[in-house]
Design a protein around this ligand. Sequence first.
Ligand SMILES: [Zn+2]
Ligand SMILES: [Zn+2]
Length: 354
Amino acid sequence: MKTIGYATQSAGAPLAPFTFERRPLRPNDVAMEILYCGVCHSDLHTARNDWGWTLYPAVPGHEIVGRVTEVGSAVSRYKVGDAVAVGCLVDSCQECDHCHHGEEQFCSNGRTDTYNSPDRISGEITYGGYSKHLVVREEFVLRVPEGLDLAKTAPLLCAGITTYSPLRTWNVGPGSRVGVIGLGGLGHMAVKLAIGLGAEVTIMSRTKDKAADALALGADRLLVSTDEEAMTKAQSGFDLIIDTVPVKHDLNPYLPLLDVDGTLVLVGQVGPLAEPNTVPLILGRRRIAGSLIGGIRETQEMLDFCARKNILPECEMIRMDQINEAFERLEHADVRYRFVIDMASLDPAAGARA
Ligand SMILES: [Zn+2]
Ligand SMILES: [Zn+2]
Protein backbone atom coordinates (compact mmCIF):
# COMPACT_ATOMS: atom_id res chain seq x y z
CA MET A 1 0.00 0.00 0.00
CA LYS A 2 1.46 3.32 -1.07
CA THR A 3 1.25 6.01 1.59
CA ILE A 4 2.69 9.37 2.53
CA GLY A 5 4.41 10.56 5.66
CA TYR A 6 6.97 13.02 6.93
CA ALA A 7 10.56 11.82 7.26
CA THR A 8 14.04 13.11 7.99
CA GLN A 9 16.85 12.02 5.68
CA SER A 10 19.74 12.95 8.00
CA ALA A 11 20.40 14.35 11.48
CA GLY A 12 20.57 17.93 10.26
CA ALA A 13 17.65 17.81 7.81
CA PRO A 14 14.12 19.02 8.56
CA LEU A 15 11.15 16.68 8.29
CA ALA A 16 9.71 16.68 4.77
CA PRO A 17 7.04 14.78 2.79
CA PHE A 18 8.06 11.19 2.04
CA THR A 19 6.21 8.60 -0.05
CA PHE A 20 6.66 4.94 0.89
CA GLU A 21 4.99 1.51 0.97
CA ARG A 22 3.24 -0.08 3.93
CA ARG A 23 3.60 -3.88 3.85
CA PRO A 24 0.84 -6.05 2.34
CA LEU A 25 -1.38 -7.42 5.12
CA ARG A 26 -0.19 -10.59 6.84
CA PRO A 27 -3.01 -12.80 8.17
CA ASN A 28 -2.74 -11.25 11.69
CA ASP A 29 -2.34 -7.64 10.53
CA VAL A 30 -4.63 -4.66 11.00
CA ALA A 31 -4.43 -1.72 8.57
CA MET A 32 -5.54 1.69 9.73
CA GLU A 33 -5.88 5.23 8.54
CA ILE A 34 -4.08 7.47 11.02
CA LEU A 35 -6.22 10.36 12.27
CA TYR A 36 -3.98 11.86 14.95
CA CYS A 37 -0.40 11.48 16.13
CA GLY A 38 1.15 13.02 19.23
CA VAL A 39 4.61 14.58 19.18
CA CYS A 40 6.94 13.00 21.74
CA HIS A 41 10.44 14.10 22.79
CA SER A 42 11.73 10.74 21.49
CA ASP A 43 10.55 11.74 17.99
CA LEU A 44 12.79 14.78 18.12
CA HIS A 45 15.75 12.82 19.56
CA THR A 46 15.36 10.18 16.84
CA ALA A 47 14.99 12.67 13.97
CA ARG A 48 18.19 14.42 15.09
CA ASN A 49 20.08 11.21 15.97
CA ASP A 50 20.69 12.42 19.55
CA TRP A 51 21.03 8.80 20.75
CA GLY A 52 23.28 7.73 17.86
CA TRP A 53 21.16 4.84 16.57
CA THR A 54 18.83 6.49 14.05
CA LEU A 55 18.48 4.81 10.65
CA TYR A 56 17.45 7.14 7.80
CA PRO A 57 15.01 7.91 6.38
CA ALA A 58 13.26 8.13 9.76
CA VAL A 59 9.49 8.56 10.11
CA PRO A 60 8.82 9.29 13.82
CA GLY A 61 5.53 9.11 15.74
CA HIS A 62 4.37 6.60 18.38
CA GLU A 63 1.24 8.18 19.81
CA ILE A 64 -1.12 7.00 17.11
CA VAL A 65 -4.91 7.02 16.87
CA GLY A 66 -6.81 5.91 13.79
CA ARG A 67 -9.59 3.83 12.25
CA VAL A 68 -9.33 0.30 10.93
CA THR A 69 -9.53 0.17 7.12
CA GLU A 70 -8.77 -3.51 6.51
CA VAL A 71 -7.98 -6.66 8.51
CA GLY A 72 -6.01 -9.83 7.72
CA SER A 73 -7.78 -13.19 7.38
CA ALA A 74 -6.87 -14.34 10.92
CA VAL A 75 -7.76 -11.12 12.76
CA SER A 76 -10.55 -11.68 15.28
CA ARG A 77 -10.57 -8.65 17.59
CA TYR A 78 -10.98 -5.76 15.17
CA LYS A 79 -13.18 -4.89 12.24
CA VAL A 80 -13.25 -2.12 9.65
CA GLY A 81 -14.29 1.20 11.20
CA ASP A 82 -13.10 0.48 14.76
CA ALA A 83 -11.32 3.31 16.59
CA VAL A 84 -7.88 1.97 17.44
CA ALA A 85 -4.51 3.12 18.75
CA VAL A 86 -0.87 2.14 18.55
CA GLY A 87 1.83 3.17 20.99
CA CYS A 88 5.58 2.64 21.14
CA LEU A 89 5.57 -1.11 20.41
CA VAL A 90 4.51 -2.99 17.28
CA ASP A 91 5.91 -6.48 17.93
CA SER A 92 7.80 -8.78 20.31
CA CYS A 93 8.63 -12.50 20.48
CA GLN A 94 5.39 -13.38 22.37
CA GLU A 95 7.24 -16.38 23.89
CA CYS A 96 9.61 -15.17 26.62
CA ASP A 97 8.64 -14.74 30.29
CA HIS A 98 8.25 -10.99 29.96
CA CYS A 99 5.96 -11.30 26.94
CA HIS A 100 3.94 -13.94 28.81
CA HIS A 101 3.55 -11.52 31.70
CA GLY A 102 2.26 -8.84 29.33
CA GLU A 103 5.42 -6.77 29.58
CA GLU A 104 6.46 -6.83 25.94
CA GLN A 105 8.55 -3.69 26.46
CA PHE A 106 11.09 -5.93 28.24
CA CYS A 107 10.97 -8.78 25.67
CA SER A 108 14.12 -10.90 26.16
CA ASN A 109 14.41 -11.35 22.42
CA GLY A 110 14.10 -7.65 21.66
CA ARG A 111 10.92 -5.64 21.25
CA THR A 112 10.10 -4.01 17.91
CA ASP A 113 9.60 -0.27 18.25
CA THR A 114 6.98 1.57 16.22
CA TYR A 115 9.70 3.41 14.32
CA ASN A 116 13.38 3.01 13.60
CA SER A 117 13.40 -0.69 14.48
CA PRO A 118 13.83 -3.77 12.21
CA ASP A 119 10.62 -5.71 11.49
CA ARG A 120 10.88 -9.23 12.97
CA ILE A 121 9.95 -10.91 9.69
CA SER A 122 11.15 -8.73 6.82
CA GLY A 123 13.95 -6.86 8.57
CA GLU A 124 12.68 -3.60 7.07
CA ILE A 125 12.99 -0.57 9.34
CA THR A 126 9.67 0.45 10.87
CA TYR A 127 8.13 3.81 10.02
CA GLY A 128 6.00 5.57 12.63
CA GLY A 129 2.84 7.59 12.90
CA TYR A 130 3.76 10.78 11.07
CA SER A 131 1.95 9.24 8.12
CA LYS A 132 -1.46 8.52 6.61
CA HIS A 133 -1.57 4.75 7.06
CA LEU A 134 -0.15 2.06 9.31
CA VAL A 135 -0.09 -1.75 9.33
CA VAL A 136 0.42 -3.47 12.70
CA ARG A 137 -0.13 -7.02 13.95
CA GLU A 138 -3.35 -7.43 15.89
CA GLU A 139 -1.75 -8.16 19.28
CA PHE A 140 -0.20 -4.67 19.33
CA VAL A 141 -3.33 -2.75 18.37
CA LEU A 142 -5.26 -1.12 21.22
CA ARG A 143 -8.94 -0.34 21.36
CA VAL A 144 -9.97 3.29 21.96
CA PRO A 145 -12.87 3.07 24.42
CA GLU A 146 -16.12 4.72 23.46
CA GLY A 147 -16.38 8.32 24.61
CA LEU A 148 -12.70 9.25 24.55
CA ASP A 149 -11.90 12.27 22.37
CA LEU A 150 -9.82 10.70 19.57
CA ALA A 151 -7.50 13.69 19.07
CA LYS A 152 -6.67 14.00 22.75
CA THR A 153 -6.28 10.26 23.17
CA ALA A 154 -3.09 10.21 21.07
CA PRO A 155 -0.63 11.40 23.79
CA LEU A 156 -1.91 8.71 26.16
CA LEU A 157 -0.09 6.13 24.02
CA CYS A 158 3.36 7.23 25.20
CA ALA A 159 3.14 10.08 27.74
CA GLY A 160 0.12 8.42 29.37
CA ILE A 161 1.40 4.87 29.70
CA THR A 162 4.93 6.00 30.64
CA THR A 163 3.54 7.68 33.74
CA TYR A 164 0.64 5.26 34.43
CA SER A 165 2.92 2.21 34.57
CA PRO A 166 5.08 3.39 37.52
CA LEU A 167 1.96 4.59 39.36
CA ARG A 168 0.58 1.04 39.09
CA THR A 169 3.92 -0.71 39.70
CA TRP A 170 4.27 1.14 43.02
CA ASN A 171 0.59 0.65 43.93
CA VAL A 172 -0.52 4.26 44.02
CA GLY A 173 -4.08 4.62 45.27
CA PRO A 174 -6.24 6.67 47.64
CA GLY A 175 -4.03 8.37 50.22
CA SER A 176 -0.73 7.80 48.37
CA ARG A 177 1.57 10.79 48.47
CA VAL A 178 2.98 11.37 44.99
CA GLY A 179 5.48 13.98 43.81
CA VAL A 180 6.02 14.88 40.17
CA ILE A 181 9.23 16.57 39.00
CA GLY A 182 8.92 18.45 35.71
CA LEU A 183 5.68 19.70 34.21
CA GLY A 184 5.87 18.87 30.51
CA GLY A 185 4.08 16.26 28.38
CA LEU A 186 4.93 13.42 30.78
CA GLY A 187 4.70 15.42 34.00
CA HIS A 188 1.24 16.80 33.38
CA MET A 189 -0.04 13.29 32.59
CA ALA A 190 1.57 11.94 35.78
CA VAL A 191 -0.34 14.60 37.73
CA LYS A 192 -3.71 13.83 36.11
CA LEU A 193 -3.33 10.06 36.38
CA ALA A 194 -2.15 10.14 40.01
CA ILE A 195 -5.11 12.34 40.93
CA GLY A 196 -7.39 9.92 39.07
CA LEU A 197 -6.02 7.07 41.20
CA GLY A 198 -6.88 9.03 44.35
CA ALA A 199 -3.40 10.22 45.32
CA GLU A 200 -2.39 13.47 46.97
CA VAL A 201 -0.20 15.15 44.33
CA THR A 202 2.63 17.66 44.69
CA ILE A 203 4.39 19.21 41.70
CA MET A 204 8.08 19.90 42.28
CA SER A 205 9.59 22.79 40.37
CA ARG A 206 12.69 25.00 40.61
CA THR A 207 10.61 28.21 40.64
CA LYS A 208 7.19 29.45 41.73
CA ASP A 209 6.26 30.17 38.08
CA LYS A 210 4.26 26.96 37.70
CA ALA A 211 2.06 27.49 40.78
CA ALA A 212 -1.04 28.52 38.79
CA ASP A 213 -0.54 25.68 36.28
CA ALA A 214 -0.13 23.18 39.11
CA LEU A 215 -3.41 24.16 40.70
CA ALA A 216 -5.19 24.31 37.33
CA LEU A 217 -4.17 20.69 36.74
CA GLY A 218 -5.67 19.76 40.10
CA ALA A 219 -2.45 19.20 42.07
CA ASP A 220 -2.64 19.79 45.81
CA ARG A 221 0.47 21.95 45.96
CA LEU A 222 3.66 23.15 44.33
CA LEU A 223 6.94 22.49 46.16
CA VAL A 224 9.72 24.86 45.10
CA SER A 225 12.88 22.75 45.09
CA THR A 226 15.17 25.77 45.56
CA ASP A 227 13.34 26.81 48.75
CA GLU A 228 15.46 25.09 51.43
CA GLU A 229 13.00 25.67 54.24
CA ALA A 230 10.10 24.18 52.26
CA MET A 231 12.26 21.22 51.20
CA THR A 232 13.27 20.52 54.82
CA LYS A 233 9.63 20.65 55.90
CA ALA A 234 8.67 18.22 53.14
CA GLN A 235 11.18 15.53 54.20
CA SER A 236 9.90 11.94 54.45
CA GLY A 237 6.57 13.07 53.03
CA PHE A 238 6.33 11.04 49.79
CA ASP A 239 5.70 7.43 48.83
CA LEU A 240 6.57 7.89 45.16
CA ILE A 241 8.26 10.65 43.19
CA ILE A 242 8.06 10.49 39.40
CA ASP A 243 10.95 12.34 37.80
CA THR A 244 10.12 13.35 34.22
CA VAL A 245 12.98 15.80 33.62
CA PRO A 246 14.66 14.74 30.35
CA VAL A 247 18.08 16.34 30.96
CA LYS A 248 20.93 15.68 33.41
CA HIS A 249 20.14 16.97 36.90
CA ASP A 250 20.90 16.38 40.58
CA LEU A 251 18.67 13.85 42.35
CA ASN A 252 20.16 14.46 45.79
CA PRO A 253 17.74 17.20 46.89
CA TYR A 254 14.78 14.87 46.24
CA LEU A 255 15.94 11.69 48.02
CA PRO A 256 15.25 12.90 51.61
CA LEU A 257 11.68 13.77 50.52
CA LEU A 258 10.88 10.05 50.29
CA ASP A 259 9.41 8.23 53.28
CA VAL A 260 10.82 4.83 54.34
CA ASP A 261 10.55 2.45 51.36
CA GLY A 262 9.75 5.38 49.09
CA THR A 263 10.84 5.31 45.45
CA LEU A 264 12.06 7.96 43.07
CA VAL A 265 11.38 6.67 39.58
CA LEU A 266 13.03 8.08 36.47
CA VAL A 267 10.98 8.03 33.27
CA GLY A 268 13.02 10.49 31.20
CA GLN A 269 16.01 9.28 29.19
CA VAL A 270 18.69 11.23 31.06
CA GLY A 271 21.90 9.28 30.53
CA PRO A 272 24.60 9.73 33.20
CA LEU A 273 23.35 11.21 36.46
CA ALA A 274 25.00 13.56 38.90
CA GLU A 275 26.32 11.32 41.73
CA PRO A 276 23.52 10.31 44.09
CA ASN A 277 24.32 10.27 47.81
CA THR A 278 23.81 6.80 49.34
CA VAL A 279 23.17 8.10 52.89
CA PRO A 280 19.45 8.89 52.45
CA LEU A 281 19.01 5.67 50.44
CA ILE A 282 20.35 3.52 53.27
CA LEU A 283 18.83 5.46 56.17
CA GLY A 284 15.33 5.24 54.74
CA ARG A 285 15.51 2.09 52.59
CA ARG A 286 14.74 4.46 49.75
CA ARG A 287 15.11 3.50 46.11
CA ILE A 288 16.00 5.09 42.79
CA ALA A 289 14.34 3.18 39.96
CA GLY A 290 13.60 3.46 36.26
CA SER A 291 10.49 2.62 34.22
CA LEU A 292 9.90 2.11 30.50
CA ILE A 293 6.47 2.72 28.89
CA GLY A 294 4.20 -0.28 29.71
CA GLY A 295 3.04 -3.53 28.13
CA ILE A 296 0.03 -3.89 25.84
CA ARG A 297 -2.28 -5.18 28.58
CA GLU A 298 -1.41 -2.28 30.88
CA THR A 299 -1.74 0.24 28.04
CA GLN A 300 -5.29 -0.99 27.35
CA GLU A 301 -6.02 -0.80 31.10
CA MET A 302 -4.77 2.82 31.09
CA LEU A 303 -6.98 3.75 28.11
CA ASP A 304 -10.02 2.19 29.82
CA PHE A 305 -9.15 3.96 33.07
CA CYS A 306 -8.86 7.34 31.28
CA ALA A 307 -12.24 6.77 29.59
CA ARG A 308 -13.90 5.93 32.93
CA LYS A 309 -12.36 8.92 34.72
CA ASN A 310 -12.46 11.27 31.73
CA ILE A 311 -8.72 11.93 31.96
CA LEU A 312 -7.19 13.49 28.85
CA PRO A 313 -4.01 15.42 28.12
CA GLU A 314 -3.90 19.14 27.38
CA CYS A 315 -3.14 19.35 23.66
CA GLU A 316 -2.21 21.88 21.03
CA MET A 317 -3.33 20.71 17.59
CA ILE A 318 -0.98 21.33 14.66
CA ARG A 319 -0.88 20.62 10.92
CA MET A 320 1.64 18.11 9.60
CA ASP A 321 3.56 20.89 7.84
CA GLN A 322 4.06 22.69 11.17
CA ILE A 323 6.12 19.83 12.59
CA ASN A 324 9.55 21.45 12.22
CA GLU A 325 8.34 24.54 14.06
CA ALA A 326 6.77 22.27 16.71
CA PHE A 327 10.12 20.49 17.20
CA GLU A 328 11.80 23.87 17.78
CA ARG A 329 9.19 24.82 20.35
CA LEU A 330 9.36 21.39 22.02
CA GLU A 331 13.09 21.87 22.44
CA HIS A 332 12.39 25.04 24.41
CA ALA A 333 9.56 23.45 26.41
CA ASP A 334 7.18 25.90 24.71
CA VAL A 335 4.06 23.74 24.61
CA ARG A 336 1.15 23.14 26.97
CA TYR A 337 1.51 20.26 27.16
CA ARG A 338 1.56 18.08 24.05
CA PHE A 339 1.44 18.75 20.32
CA VAL A 340 -0.93 16.55 18.34
CA ILE A 341 -0.78 16.38 14.55
CA ASP A 342 -4.15 16.37 12.80
CA MET A 343 -3.38 13.90 10.03
CA ALA A 344 -6.23 15.25 7.88
CA SER A 345 -3.80 18.11 7.21
CA LEU A 346 -1.37 15.74 5.48
CA ASP A 347 -2.18 16.27 1.82
CA PRO A 348 -1.67 13.04 -0.18
CA ALA A 349 -0.46 15.19 -3.09
CA ALA A 350 2.34 16.67 -0.97
CA GLY A 351 4.59 13.73 -1.83
CA ALA A 352 4.15 14.29 -5.54
CA ARG A 353 5.12 17.93 -5.18
CA ALA A 354 8.13 17.31 -2.93
ZN1 LIG B 1 7.31 8.76 23.35
ZN1 LIG C 1 9.46 -11.73 24.32
